[in-house]
Design a protein around this ligand. Structure first.
Ligand code: C2E
Ligand code: MG
Ligand code: MG
Ligand code: MG
Length: 285
């Protein structure tokens, strides 16, 4: 279009661009208001251990309900990252997660709470300290925390980021590499990263359809992670065939709609029961 404009080589500001800009600014203002009003909430999704037959972790997922509709995290998290609001949202999700799950966590030290952490948050020099303070204030042990980060945070990892993660790991918290397999880093780079767990992205899990196919990529990912001393979680497990397949590959933990949808804290008991029933049904197959 700029070229068609002939001698005028400047890209014209098209009305559609204006609309997009206005929409984004509107959404940004809405998010800022929602954060200030405490309208960001969390849902929890169980992660189960096939071997132990129980729920071992709950992952906290941020929620924003706006004018009766729900804005998906895939929309508002990137927006929050661009505007810096992610620091507040991240702290809120962490605090809500800890407070709501503290009673469940306190019952059994092997249980954990997983929270997604953006690279922007890890740039904050006080990040690790804030997490540890929140844990202390809510009576949750640091070793019961799992911080989920994506491979991209390590892409141009500076020592500050590594230091934040190391501090938390020294206190016993674990780090999980989320959406594993979708990033740029190779399997070979895994051994250099300060992580304890890999979460295999759901795109790989969805490749299991019948359960009798050969998927060397899945078994390689799991074996490689194990040989490096890491544990493996599969995300997006939707069918019994997928769960059986992953259990046969000795995948340590499973998460997905087969066990439970993400649920608000008040429905946690229901989510627990549903997930454990799904596990029992797998054993009975
Ligand atoms: P994620 O951390 O990889 O979380 C898993 C996503 O997959 C969640 O989407 C969950 O609802 C969905 N999911 C769970 N089981 C299944 C399944 O069986 N099938 C399918 N198709 N999907 C399943 P959600 O809640 O929309 O979150 C999307 C992403 O937004 C998250 O991906 C995470 O990267 C980000 N996110 C969510 N909450 C936060 C947060 O508090 N902080 C940060 N930094 N990111 C967050
Ligand atoms: Mg996650
Ligand atoms: Mg994930
Ligand atoms: Mg994911």
């Amino acid at each position: 279009a700029a070229k068609a404009a002939g001698k005028n080589r400047f890209l014209r500001f098209h009305p559609d661009m204006m609309t997009a800009l206005v929409q984004r600014t509107h959404m940004e203002a809405g998010l800022q208001l929602a954060v200030a009003r405490g309208e960001i909430t969390v849902d929890f999704q169980p992660i189960v251990s096939h071997r132990m037959g129980q729920v071992v972790t709950f992952e906290a997922l941020a929620r924003w309900d706006r004018d009766g509709g729900r804005v998906p995290p895939s929309v508002f998290i990137p927006l929050a990252e661009r505007t810096g609001l992610i620091n507040e949202i991240g702290a809120e999700v962490m605090a809500l997660g800890m407070v709501q799950l503290a009673p469940w966590l306190n019952e059994d030290p092997s249980r954990s709470l997983a929270v997604n952490v953006s690279g922007v948050q890890l740039q904050e020099p006080l990040f690790a300290q804030t997490v540890l303070q929140l844990a202390e204030a809510s009576g949750v042990a640091a070793y019961q925390l799992v911080l989920e980060v994506t491979e991209s945070v390590f892409f141009d990892a500076d020592c500050s980021l590594i230091k934040q993660l190391s501090t938390l790991r020294e206190e016993g918290a674990r780090v999980a590499l989320d959406d594993f397999g979708t990033g740029y880093s190779s399997l070979g780079r895994l051994q250099d990263l300060p992580v304890d767990t890999v979460k295999i992205d759901k795109t790989f899990i969805s490749m299991v359809r019948t359960g009798s196919e050969r998927l060397p990529i899945l078994s390689s990912m799991i074996n490689m992670a194990h040989s490096l001393g890491l544990t493996v979680t599969a995300e997006g497990v939707e069918t019994a065939a997928q769960a059986d397949y992953l259990a046969a590959l000795e995948c340590d933990s499973l998460q997905g709609y087969l066990f439970s949808l993400p649920q608000p804290g008040r429905r946690m008991e229901k989510a627990l029961q549903q997930a454990e029933e799904a596990l029992t049904a797998l054993k009975d197959r």
